[in-house]
Each structure stands twice: as structure tokens, then as C-alpha cells.
Design a protein around this ligand. Sequence first.
Ligand SMILES: NC(=O)C1=CN([C@@H]2O[C@H](COP(=O)(O)OP(=O)(O)OC[C@H]3O[C@@H](n4cnc5c(N)ncnc54)[C@H](OP(=O)(O)O)[C@@H]3O)[C@@H](O)[C@H]2O)C=CC1
Ligand SMILES: CC(C)CCC[C@@H](C)[C@H]1CC[C@H]2C3=C(CC[C@]12C)[C@@]1(C)CCC(=O)[C@@H](C)[C@@H]1CC3
Length: 341
Amino acid sequence: MNAMANSRRTVAVITGANAGIGYALAERLLKKSSKIHLCLACRNKARAEEAADKLKQKFPDADVDIVLLDTSSVASVHRAAAELRNRYDHIDYLYLNAGMMKVTGVDWGYFWRGLFSSRVFYMFATGEGLLVHEDEVTDDGLQGVFETNLFGHYVLVKELEDRLGSSASDRYNRSQLIWTSSSNATRKNFSMEDLQHEHGKDPYSSSKFAMDILSVGLNDSMNKRNVYSHVVCPGLVMTNLTYGILPAWFWTLIMPFICLLRIFVPGMTYSAPNGAEALVWLSTQDPVSLDPQVKYQSFCGVTGHSYVNQEKMSIGVDEGQELIKKLDEIDESLQKKCSKN
Ligand SMILES: NC(=O)C1=CN([C@@H]2O[C@H](COP(=O)(O)OP(=O)(O)OC[C@H]3O[C@@H](n4cnc5c(N)ncnc54)[C@H](OP(=O)(O)O)[C@@H]3O)[C@@H](O)[C@H]2O)C=CC1
Ligand SMILES: CC(C)CCC[C@@H](C)[C@H]1CC[C@H]2C3=C(CC[C@]12C)[C@@]1(C)CCC(=O)[C@@H](C)[C@@H]1CC3
């Protein structure tokens, strides 16, 4: 880890760290170096404490604490950011991982047609068009998937700006923003005119594509301050998110099939530690040498070994700037609403 060589402690904050990929990431980071200070940013105190206790049991010397953060509430994001600013004068790694997807069903007709078509492997790798989604409106009046996956994280980054990077070009002052995006992110599901995806059918894909655009925009505006942003796809991982699509027993039953499918679709990482591969790998890289136009994917071989693949994206810096401008407008209008109440 690049900040390790410095005498001050290395701080990593992980959102959605109490379960799934976020928790596996926490474990893998501690396995790499028990000197890292971890902060689990979670929405539920009991679940966060349980995860922190589990980590401390496995790594008795580890420095692990929690902060309460609900990315679907701007007030909660502001409170969490204030708490994090209080505790740390510098954040080295900010993992923007918390996320949700509300699925009401699988389009099995589309699945069977896809199975006997040329798009079969693409279908397994991206899940594009296979799921039937729903969304909700948050107390902030925003679309739930948009606010949870993207907007709440954007506000967090903004609020933590003075704890990220530094204008001094010292490499130990660098910070990395690492977003858990998805191979399911597709341009055709995203519109700048319908950022929150109020009128579309795939809010998850839209929020993840917006994440890819945002990361490109943030590099453009923040690299000069030594802040670097990258996106990751962990592959298809068995977590509460996938158990919301099909039951756990089903996924366990078809595990041999999924492992075999890795010959053609290496994104079938299946386990959370495998899925965390690219997230861990990024923390070991010099961010200056990384390409902001690449999505870092966790891949897995048939024998079960995980590795990182790089997939080129094609996103304009101007798109990134436009998205940031629009997110700032939403943020301002929410702040105005709050100050009136
Ligand atoms: N599983 C997969 O196949 C893939 C997952 N991803 C992405 O990986 C990330 C992690 O998901 P995964 O581990 O699979 O799923 P899990 O459901 O296991 O974990 C999601 C984490 O995010 C937290 N979370 C959800 N909503 C909020 C919120 N409003 N505020 C704060 N935390 C919240 C959950 O908290 P709680 O436990 O309280 O619900 C949990 O800790 C997500 O961004 C997801 O989109 C990307 C590609 C594939
Ligand atoms: C394999 C089984 C016999 C049939 C399962 C069919 C679908 C339910 C899955 C096939 C590809 C999967 C997939 C995802 C969800 C479940 C599938 C559609 C994701 C969209 C989950 C969230 C992500 O972010 C993507 C990376 C996944 C891509 C693959």
C-alpha cells in the first residue's frame, strides 16, 4: 500500500462493510496488513458492531471502528462525514461500496432465448435485460437506487474533500476513491435527462453507469489534489444482493455449473473474497499509473484462483463534468429544502 511507507497510519473507510463484498474486502485488507486502520461505514449499528467484532476476533491487533452511514439519506451522510472529519486528518482509501438492487423477478423467457443465441456469454457476464426491477422514493424525495448507490456516495466524497489527497505532490498524501460498479452498467440504460432513472426500467444499471461517468469526472477535477478515482466490477458474487434475486439454496445447487461457466465467463467469481480481488489489488497500485478509463474487474479461473482484468470504458471527460454539475444542482436544492424546514 503506497501510504504504508509513511509513519502516519493508513486509513481505509469502506461503505457497506458489514456484509458481502464490503466485509470480505475488510478481511482481505487486514490479512494484507494488520497495521491498516479500518472504518466500517454501515447503516445498521448492530450489524456494524457484529462485523467489527468478527474482524477483531480474527485479527486481534487490528484497529477497526465503525461509523453510522445511510447513503439513502443526505442528513446521515452529512453526520457521518462530520464524524469521519473529526476522527481522521487523512483518508487514504475510500471504498464506495454500499449498494442495493430491488428485483421483483427474472425474465426467464429472455434467459432461455439468450441461452441459444450468440449473446449467451455476454448475458451471463452482464445480466443485461434479465432482471425485472423496481425502485422506491427516499425521505429526501430522490429515487432510492440512485441515492443509495450514487448520490449519497457523491455527497460523502464532497464532504470529505479536505481529508482526501493534498495539494502537496508528496505521494504519501494521495487518496484513492474506489467505487464498486458493475459490468451491468450500460450506456443505453442511462440518460443525463433522467439521472435518477424515474422513467426507465433498470435503475441499477443506470446508477452504475452514472458511477463510471462520475469516476471519470472526479479524476478530471481531483487529480491535481492527489485524489484518484477508479471503478471496479466484482463479478457475480453470492451475497444478500443475489439472494434477493434467487434463493441461496438455488445458487448453492448450481455452484458447479457456475464454476464450469468460468471457462467462458471469468466474471463468475461466486465468493465474496474472490469478488474483492480487484478492490484489494487497486489499493496496492500507484494510482497515478492507473487508467481512469478502465474498469478493473475481478475474474476467476475454473480452478478458483482470482485475478484482475482491465476493461476499457469509453466515457468523455465532458460527460463527467456535466454529471457533476447536475449532482451539485440536486445537492443544492436538497440543502435549500433542508434550510427551509
Ligand atoms: N453481488 C454481486 O454479484 C455484485 C455486487 N455489486 C456491488 O457490490 C456492492 C456490494 O454489494 P454486495 O456485497 O453484493 O451486497 P450485500 O447486500 O451483501 O451488501 C451490500 C452492503 O451495502 C449496504 N447498504 C445497502 N444500502 C445501504 C444504505 N442505504 N446505506 C448504507 N449501506 C447500505 C448493506 O447494508 P445492510 O447489511 O444493512 O443491508 C451491505 O452492507 C454493491 O454496490 C453492489 O451493487 C456489483 C456487481 C456484482
Ligand atoms: C445461472 C442460472 C442457471 C440462471 C441465473 C440467471 C440470472 C438470474 C443471472 C445470470 C447472470 C446474473 C448476473 C447478475 C444477477 C443474476 C443473473 C442475471 C448481476 C446483474 C448481479 C449484479 C451485478 O452487478 C452484475 C455484475 C451481475 C451480472 C450477472
